[in-house]
Design a protein around this ligand. Structure first.
Ligand code: ADP
Length: 647
């Protein structure tokens, strides 16, 4: 986008840069719309809750399983006994406090799915992610969430911690785990392997491809395995290592990608997800479910004084967490590490987050574009200002040069006029000099004759002095005429200038027998002019006029002045010569145009530029009767106009 500023408008024109902006905008809109319009969750095609309901006889299950209740427990390691597992005390309570017999069945995730498919399990205990998948497939319903007590905290979420030896400089980020040996503590606290896989995958790590993962079944060995370099890092359920290792051992470890999650008292490397749920199969009625819930929920209050070893950690059951939030996180986002903790996540929060993100991006782009365009505009303005200043300087310089040049030309022209008028001047000087000579001779003669009439001699000497003054005046006028002058403007009477010049040319006019008529308007306001230059123009015009009438009978030349308008004074020199033909009329003001054998062709050109420098105009035209007229205009200054008004 280009912004162009003129005096009172702003033009905005679009350039290819706009296309880039539009592209970015559309890209954002596309990302936004694709996020918003993403299906919330499409149930798997083979979702079987309805199918199962329609193909099975509910009563049959309720009766056959009346006294024996099976709880499937996810375990990667095959197990026979509930003893020394985190679930032991839950089973103890269920079996002692209810009329049913609860049997644990340790199964891996495939076996769990198979058993659910065959409706062999009444309840299921598995990690949150497996639960989500089984819930969709087999209609599980979460009742309770496993809770762990950390002094005053009850933690209902789990995360993963990645530890390495603090002396190991190679691993500082999760990405550094590539091609490393990873030990995963898979003891009775039951790590969620699906969560682990997803977590590693989000950092470009795939077991068996670019990392090697091995389970560590005994947490006691973890530290020594790290020290012996069997493993480069150890991954565990968050909080487990800190609880189990000695302070020295903990100090010797470094947590990679440390982050703090909601309600968790420990640092962890991954996002937190809800702890394992206890869920019921689709066919378990609410009565039985609520009995199980009330037994396990009360367990904490009744047994809080019991001490538990690490191998039977202090796990309780709490009301079920919102697993749907994890559902959104897990199925919407390819990168669960980008999300906030699961408990805080929800669709509206995600949409809000994205909307604000897009708006901020949009605003940032607008801001950048605005700054760019205003910077471009500033640059352009600065550039054009600089070039304007440069141009003004150059013009001023050229004008100064032209004025100097013009003054020099005028001077040369005056000198040439002087040369041409030398004989006339000699004649003019001759008169006072002869008179002086005569008066002085007369005085001498009288003295020699003894005529001592002093009055007569003094009178003669006075006349001599007058003639000497006259000669001195002629010389002074000549000197001032030929002086090399810079342009020097003063307020002058135009009629006075006319008198000066015609007086100066008197001899020439007489010699050529030209009759001079002055038609001068009285009381014209003074004009601001360089007297010498205007005199020069008038001399040029008069000389040209005289020359144009060289073989004319009774040549007459008229000089007129008048106020041609409110702001202008006009002076015309009108001759009765041959006039100027049309084609010459166009060229007479061009430099070096002359029709005279000894002419320079500079007179009118110089005169015209002198008058223009005085903000006036010089033009020529033919008279209707005979001859030509050259007229010039000169402005009356504002100051003089003001004076006139006041008067
Ligand atoms: P120059 O007098 O040296 O020729 P000018 O610039 O003064 O140079 O005059 C240019 C030409 O204009 C003259 O040669 C003449 O042909 C023409 N010209 C000037 N004044 C008159 C006039 N009053 N009548 C006729 N022609 C004129």
């Amino acid at each position: 986008m280009t912004v162009t500023l003129t005096r009172n408008r702003v033009f905005i024109s679009f350039t290819p840069f706009l296309e880039l902006k539009t592209l970015i905008l559309f890209l954002f809109l596309f990302i936004f719309s694709s996020i918003v319009t993403q299906p919330i969750y499409a149930a798997p095609e083979n979702s079987t809750l309805e199918n199962i309901t329609s193909t099975t006889d509910e009563n049959q299950y309720l009766t056959s399983k009346k006294h024996n209740i099976t709880i499937g427990i996810l375990s990667q390691t095959p197990r026979d006994s509930i003893k020394n597992t985190p679930w032991q005390f839950s089973f103890d309570r269920l079996n002692t406090q209810s009329k049913y017999h609860f049997t644990p069945l340790f199964l891996n995730s495939e076996e769990l799915a198979d058993a659910l498919m065959n409706d062999e399990l009444d309840f299921v205990i598995c990690d949150a992610i497996n639960y989500l998948m089984l819930e969709k497939q087999y209609g599980l319903l979460s009742l309770l969430t496993r809770t762990e007590q950390y002094s005053d905290h009850y933690v209902t979420s789990e995360g993963l911690s990645v530890h390495t030896l603090s002396t190991n400089p190679d691993i500082t980020r999760l990405q550094d785990l590539k091609d490393k040996n990873i030990g995963v503590i898979d003891d009775k606290s039951s790590v969620s392997w699906l969560f682990l896989e997803k977590f590693l995958f989000n950092h470009g790590l795939i077991a068996g491809t670019n990392i090697k993962i091995s389970p560590i079944h005994d947490i006691n060995e973890a530290f020594s395995l790290l020290q012996s370099n069997t493993y480069d890092v150890i991954i565990s359920k968050s909080g487990i290592l800190a609880k189990h290792l000695s302070q020295d051992e903990i100090n010797a470890l470094r947590l990679i990608n440390p982050r703090r999650g909601w309600q968790a008292p420990f640092l962890h490397s991954s996002v937190l997800i809800p702890e394992w749920p206890l869920s019921k199969a689709w066919f378990i009625d609410n009565k039985l479910a609520s009995q199980v819930v009330s037994l396990l929920l009360n367990q904490h209050n009744n047994e809080s004084n019991n001490s538990h070893s690490y191998f039977s950690p202090q796990y309780y059951w709490d009301i079920a967490q919102n697993y749907n939030a994890l559902n959104e996180l897990f199925f919407f986002s390819n990168n669960i590490e980008d999300a906030t903790d699961v408990e805080q996540s929800s669709i509206s929060q995600k949409i809000q987050y994205w909307v604000s993100f897009i708006i901020i991006c949009f605003l940032v782009i607008i801001l950048i574009l605005y700054l760019r365009s205003s910077r471009d505009l500033n640059n352009k303005l600065t550039l054009s200002k600089e070039s304007l200043e440069q141009e003004i300087k150059e013009r001023q310089h050229a004008q100064e040069q032209a004025l100097t040049h013009q003054a020099e030309l005028a001077h040369v022209a005056r000198l040439s006029t002087m040369g041409e008028m030398a004989s006339g001047l000699a004649h003019e000087l001759n008169q006072p000099l002869s008179a002086i000579h005569t008066y002085v001779q007369g005085c001498i003669r009288r003295i020699n004759m003894g005529n001592t009439d002093l009055d007569a001699i003094v009178n003669a000497l006075k006349l001599t002095a007058q003639q000497a003054d006259r000669a001195g005046g002629i010389i002074r006028r000549l000197r001032s005429f030929v002086r090399k002058g810079e342009s020097h403007k003063t307020y002058s009477e135009i009629n006075q200038i006319v008198h000066e010049v015609t007086g100066f040319l008197e001899t020439q006019l007489k010699n050529k027998q030209v009759e001079l008529k002055l038609e001068l308007e009285e009381e014209l306001p003074p004009v601001l002019v360089d007297i010498i230059q205007i005199e020069q123009v008038l001399i040029n015009l008069l000389k040209n006029g005289i020359e144009s009438m060289s073989n004319i009978d009774k040549p007459v030349i008229i000089v007129s002045t008048r106020r041609s308008s409110h702001k202008m004074i006009k002076l015309c020199v009108i001759d009765s010569g041959h006039g100027i033909s049309e084609d010459k009329l166009k060229r007479i003001f061009n430099p070096f145009f002359t029709t005279k054998t000894s002419g320079m062709g500079m007179g009118l050109s110089i005169s015209s530029s002198i008058i223009e420098a005085h903000d006036g105009k010089l033009y020529a035209e033919n008279n209707t009767e005979q001859g030509a007229r050259f007229c010039l205009t000169l402005p009356i200054t504002e100051e003089q106009l003001g004076n006139n008004k006041n008067e």
